[in-house]
Design a protein around this ligand. Structure first.
Ligand code: SAM
Length: 236
């Protein structure tokens, strides 16, 4: 009797777990489908949706809503940002801000880390760090910041989303190298289907080494999205 009850309980638990896994899998599939559909529509018809301010705003809001639910985004918020907070860096820079990235700088403890943001687009200034945002092309960061100013630069979703050609990617990495302190960290996030892997850039090979921060893997990819994160450290 005792064994029968235990067996029944085990079966019930397994069935519940299976149902839970199926549910989370189908939710991941839904966001994957929406992500791909929105990306395809953006590439094909983005120009038409941007013809009116209302169309542009509505489209951006929808894209933002989808992006915020991606697994790579959750990894950024739940794993990377807490690790960065624990790192107690002096100064950090987040390149590229959008509605869905607003407030990322709040992940840092302001008593420990002075966090700056920058974007080439003046229209997104309101989503940047209050009082610490610059309108700047990442390829000429040295015009806004002195050499060795930052301990960390986060370059997420900029390669393939504005900085697309190899020469521009190299220029961006060189400018980042300039404003990073020796031993400073560079986190690059990119979509493998939109741009070449940054590891192959000459600017990375010459001045950076693969790195880990607080036990996070040097490289992290995902089964349901094409996003990849990789950590680098500026050679001393
Ligand atoms: C896909 S969004 C990513 C935003 C943010 N980094 C994130 O992870 O959520 C790309 C952003 O990069 C900005 N961007 C594109 N080219 C840039 C450049 N040359 N310099 C600085 N920012 C740039 C765009 O204006 C846009 O806000």
């Amino acid at each position: 009797m005792k064994y029968t009850n235990a067996w029944l309980q085990l079966r019930k638990r397994n069935a519940n777990q299976l149902a839970h896994e199926r549910l989370s899998l189908s939710t991941a599939n839904l966001w994957l489908f929406l992500h791909r559909a929105a990306d395809a529509v953006d590439r094909q018809f983005g120009w038409a949706l941007r013809q009116t301010t209302a169309g542009e705003r509505g489209w951006v809001l929808m894209l933002d809503g989808i992006v915020a639910r991606q697994t790579d985004r959750r990894y950024l918020r739940d794993t990377i940002l807490p690790a960065l907070r624990r790192a107690k860096l002096s100064r950090a820079l987040i390149v590229g801000v959008r509605r869905y990235s607003a407030g990322l700088e709040a992940a840092f403890d302001p008593a420990e880390t002075e966090c700056w943001t920058c974007d080439i687009d003046p229209a997104v200034e309101l989503f940047g760090a209050p009082g610490a945002h610059v309108i700047q092309d990442v390829r000429s960061l040295d015009q806004s910041f002195p050499p060795g100013f930052f301990d960390l630069v986060v370059l997420n979703g900029v390669f393939g989303w504005g900085v697309d050609k190899t020469e521009d990617m190299n220029a961006a990495v060189k400018a980042i190298q300039h404003v990073l302190a020796p031993g400073g960290y560079l986190l690059i996030g990119w979509n493998a289907d939109r741009t070449e892997a940054p590891d192959t850039l000459t600017s990375i090979a010459g001045a950076f080494a693969p790195a880990n921060l607080f036990g996070l893997p040097h490289r992290k990819s995902f089964s349901d999205v094409t996003h990849v994160y990789a950590w680098f450290r500026k050679s001393r």
